[in-house]
Design a protein around this ligand. Structure first.
Ligand code: ARG
Length: 571
């Protein structure tokens, strides 16, 4: 298991403290806030009661008697804290060796070895354009998928697309009335959307259309070949359109299973829930009362007209995943508006006895496009394909302006990486619970908290590397390459990458990695402007600084990669 310098330093602090105090105490190692001149700190307040001594005295005693620690300097007591600084020579050497040895694996771990997590990602609705909400789920879910895999888990990304429900009755009926074959052939989802809107208008004038729609829903449910064929075609067309978007985004799934895959299993689950006394009849419906789990509203397994629901199929899907993958965790990356649904789902699963799985609803806020809120019913939608294309063409304008010398194919590739990266980063750089407002200028700014700025940082580092093929310095990194604040801060920041990655996965917050990378870009630029690399005094110092630049480029590339963002070699 790669244990990183930052972890080893912390564990040295812990054993040092235990050795002096002579007790098996719980020792907490923290990162001091900005302004405190220390790299690690041990708060002594928690020891006071047990040792019957003031925290300040404990800190002083520790400072006076600390044994020598390899990666840390002799600590100092400050109030109730014991403050440590890294030993530059040994800590810096270890960080740089880790980076050199692990390369693209630097930051990874084996924490998840032997464990599986299943992530429900994207899961859009068939016959509807993919919404920006699904875009958020896709981007955040994909980042978590990658982060968990990097932490050694078997991470299974599942697309649970919605291909079942009464809305198909509406569509099938509408298609028999108003389908424009040619438009359907060219842009099926747009045409289906038109029909959906048309139905809504017409049915307002003539409510009997709703009976017709119900009729078609029934035909579909009963396996009528004509209804079935039309439905299958709709599903096929929709998935093909979703695929185009996933392709541009560079997102892949390990499993595609629509809701309709769980129809049969839903009946078995209903039986199981009834047998176990978890579900009860209520006015003709079958419900799971959840008052004892703190919820007023029950989960409905079967409606009074005998249909299964979204929740029934979700329950069946969860049980399927548990039985198929034996996961340690089931993670659902779905908007905050479904919070109640997931609380109900998880409580029901526990009632059914699936208690040794951790359930997580990773929710997120809304994205507002400049065009304002959308409504499918009114046909006011923004097509994601258009948003992505616009990002790419805006990025292209940037490339044309800054990199006129690049050949055409490279320009296209850079524009794609920058445009798509900008969209992803705008989403991933703030806490997912916040609402996101689309702001093209900010998103594509070359000197702000944006993907292009980070990509540009990588490009600069690579630019230096191309000019000199210095290998990792023989005999290790030069002590002189850690002397200035610019160098030392960069090395210390690089060392923290494994921690950022771990925290992001543990808390389901990819923005921790995004913010880390923004910090890396900032310390790198300070270094870049102040420390001569190619012009260093001698070969060994030059190679040492080169390896720092190399490490920064590597971590930037790995980190952006974990967010699903690619890096160009030039821009
Ligand atoms: N298709 C659903 C929607 O768009 C999201 C499904 C999320 N995943 C799940 N297993 N419920 O609202």
């Amino acid at each position: 298991m790669p244990t990183y310098a930052v972890d080893q330093a912390a564990s040295q602090a812990v054993s040092g403290v235990r050795e002096v105090l002579g007790e098996p105490l719980d020792v907490n190692v923290t990162t001091p806030p900005h302004g405190v001149d220390a790299d690690l700190a041990v708060p002594c307040f928690p020891f006071a009661a047990k040792l019957r001594q003031k925290p300040e005295e404990i800190a002083r005693r520790l400072a006076d008697h600390m044994p020598p620690l390899g990666l840390l300097e002799q600590p100092r007591a400050e109030g109730g804290y014991l403050n440590f600084r890294f030993n530059r020579a040994s800590y810096g050497k270890m960080v740089m060796e880790d980076l050199d040895r692990l390369g693209a694996r630097f930051g990874s771990s084996e924490e998840g070895e032997g464990k599986t997590v299943v992530l429900d990602i994207s899961s859009p609705n068939v016959a509807r354009p993919m919404s920006v909400g699904h875009l958020r789920s896709t981007i955040i879910g994909d980042a978590l998928h990658r982060l968990y895999a990097f932490a050694g888990y078997t991470a299974v990304g599942v697309n649970h697309y919605a291909d079942w429900g009464t809305q198909f009755g509406t569509l099938l009926y509408g298609m028999t009335q108003w389908l424009d074959r040619e438009a359907y052939g060219k842009a099926p989802v747009r045409e289906l959307l038109r029909i959906y809107v048309k139905f809504d208008e017409e049915a307002r004038a003539d409510p009997s259309l709703r009976d017709q729609a119900r009729e078609w829903a029934l035909r579909l449910e009963q396996g009528d070949p004509e209804a079935r064929r039309m439905w299958e075609e709709i599903v096929r067309h929709s998935l093909a359109e979703f695929d185009k978007i996933y392709d541009v985004l560079g997102v892949t799934f390990d499993s595609w299973r629509g809701e309709s895959a769980y129809l049969e299993m839903s009946q078995e689950v209903i039986e199981e829930a009834r047998r176990k006394g978890v579900a009860v009849e209520d006015q003709g419906a079958l419900i799971v009362p959840l008052k004892d789990a703190g919820m007023e509203t029950p989960l409905i397994l079967r409606s009074s007209d005998g249909r299964t629901l979204y929740s029934t199929r979700d329950l069946a899907a969860a049980i399927y995943r548990i039985r198929t993958y034996r996961p340690a965790q089931l993670i659902y990356v779905v908007g905050a508006e479904q919070r109640l649904h997931f609380r109900q789902l998880f409580a029901t699963l526990r009632k059914l006895g699936f208690t040794d799985v951790t359930y997580a609803h990773v929710d997120f806020g809304l994205i507002t496009l400049p065009e304002g809120r959308m409504s499918t019913r009114r046909g006011r939608v923004v097509f994601l394909e258009d948003v992505l294309q616009e990002a790419i063409s805006r990025a292209r304008a940037l490339v044309d302006e800054k990199n006129a010398e690049l050949p055409e194919v490279d320009k296209e590739e850079v524009a794609r990486l920058v445009g798509v990266g900008a969209i992803k980063y705008a989403d991933l750089s703030q806490s997912r619970v916040k609402n996101v407002v689309f702001d093209w200028d900010r998103m594509l700014s070359l000197d702000g908290d944006s993907a292009p700025y980070l990509q540009y940082t990588y490009v600069r580092a690579r630019g230096i590397m191309r000019k000199s093929a210095a290998p990792y310095p023989a005999g290790g990194i030069d002590r002189r390459a850690m002397e200035t604040a610019e160098e030392w801060n960069l090395i210390k920041h690089l060392a923290r990458f494994p921690e950022a990655v771990r925290e992001a996965a543990r808390t389901y917050h990819p923005h921790i990695v995004a913010n880390y990378l923004f910090g890396l870009a900032q310390v790198f630029h300070v270094f870049y402007h102040n420390v001569p690399v190619l012009q260093a005094e001698d070969e060994h110092l030059r190679a040492s600084r080169m390896s720092i630049v190399h490490g920064a480029a590597q971590v930037m590339q790995t980190g952006l990669g974990l967010l699903g963002i690619g890096v160009p070699e030039r821009m």
